[in-house]
Design a protein around this ligand. Structure first.
Ligand code: SF4
Length: 385
């Protein structure tokens, strides 16, 4: 039986750079998409030789703005994946899309090409905040994008960013309730964070804007979770909400520490090579044109490729898995680490955390209760130490 795999394809270009963005995204006037198609295909050919033929459970086109990709590029990559791997008949194939008018007109074609899940970068349903976030789309385009998406896709998600400057509980809950009227199957709701190296980082330091204080941010988080659950959504991960059976299978693969292959500039992989036992962390060159040049020179643009040390592997499994409502299945943990759960984690420390109600170990699962998610990182740090 073929081993399972998820595939991430990174498209590194955007129309403009948003002030808060720290993703590997670039603005470039002339992009030779035919060359990029050849680059993606070369890298897929290279990795199939390293990891062997696999059964593909999920494919995710992320970015950047992959909805800017011409249809021939998307179709060409999917054709290549089908050629070198075995794609599961229920494979979830997601594309991140932005709501600009050019992209909205492509939604129906995305479906024809084989995309079966769209993830929309709406970010705000408020005209002023879309401007503040420096999004290319406006409020009307956001609404139009959701409506066109609804017509074409049963399975779609959109992202909203909250805890924005001047945002009150009342205004956020109104916006969230409005978003829910579109009946999305999945919502990703993130708090605005200011990352080093972004335009917002220097503006924030210069006090050009302020963010809601920690108390309000916590209250916004708790209220968000409550509203979503009242509407029948499962808060299956700290910031992600899904109707039953509409959890993002691709993101679950990350959180469950399953194997994934990242293709394209700056993409990351966690894979086990053929004839090897240990998992590798592979990272591709970030700069898109350098990535392309290297791929043509040597069939891959690997920047780093290391076997993951046991200690790091354990930390990764805990950091990712404990973000899930269901936590980590102990037998999965033992399969991934090849070690007994209680050999790896100190039993006394676990008992202490259990007594304080900070973790729950039951039904062969290990999790952090939802009412402690506000201090999730602190709890994980205690477990890892
Ligand atoms: S559209 Fe997304 S990836 Fe592109 S700059 Fe904005 S936040 Fe970053």
């Amino acid at each position: 039986m073929l081993k399972q795999l998820s595939i991430y394809i990174h498209y590194p270009f955007c129309e403009a750079k948003c002030g808060y963005c720290d993703f590997n995204s670039h603005v470039q006037a002339n992009i030779d998409h035919q060359k990029f198609l050849e680059g993606y295909c070369l890298e897929l050919d290279y990795f199939v030789k390293q990891i062997g033929r696999r059964k593909i459970k999920t494919i995710f086109f992320g970015g950047g703005t992959p909805s800017l990709m011409p249809e021939f590029l998307l179709a060409g990559i999917l054709e290549k994946i089908n050629q070198v791997f075995e794609v599961d008949k229920n494979c979830e194939i997601t594309l991140e899309a932005n709501p600009s008018s050019v992209e909205i007109n492509k939604f129906a074609n995305f479906k024809k090409i084989g995309i079966n899940r769209l993830s929309l970068g709406i970010q705000a349903l408020n005209a002023d905040d879309l401007k503040f976030l420096e999004r290319v789309h406006d409020y009307n385009q956001a609404i139009k994008a959701i409506e066109v998406c609804q017509k074409n896709f049963d399975n779609f998600s959109f992202d909203l960013i909250y805890a924005r400057p001047k945002q009150t509980m009342k205004s956020w809950l109104e916006e969230l309730n409005f978003a829910l009227q579109f009946n999305p199957k999945h919502l990703s709701l993130y708090q605005l964070t200011i990352e080093k190296g972004t335009k917002f980082f220097s503006q924030y330091q210069q006090k050009k804007f302020t963010l809601p204080d920690e108390n309000l941010a916590s209250e916004l988080y708790l209220a968000t979770s409550q509203v979503m659950q009242e509407h029948g959504f499962i808060n299956y991960e700290v910031s992600n909400y899904a109707q039953k059976n509409f959890q993002s299978q691709h993101n679950l693969a990350y959180w469950q520490s399953l194997e994934y292959l990242g293709i394209g500039a700056g993409a990351h992989s966690r894979v086990v090579y053929q004839n090897e036992k240990n998992r590798r962390a592979v990272m591709m060159i970030h700069q898109p044109n350098l990535w392309l040049k290297k791929v043509f020179e040597q069939q891959n643009a690997i920047q780093t490729n290391e076997v993951i040390e046991q200690k790091i592997l354990i930390e990764e499994i805990l950091l990712m898995g404990l973000r899930l409502q269901q936590g980590i299945e102990i037998k999965d943990f033992e399969k991934l680490t090849q070690q007994n759960f209680y050999e790896v984690l100190d039993k006394k420390m676990l008992e202490k955390l259990q007594d304080k109600g900070l973790i729950i170990i039951e039904d062969q699962r290990f999790r952090i209760p939802q009412n402690k998610w506000l201090i999730l990182n602190l709890i994980i740090a205690k477990i890892i130490c």
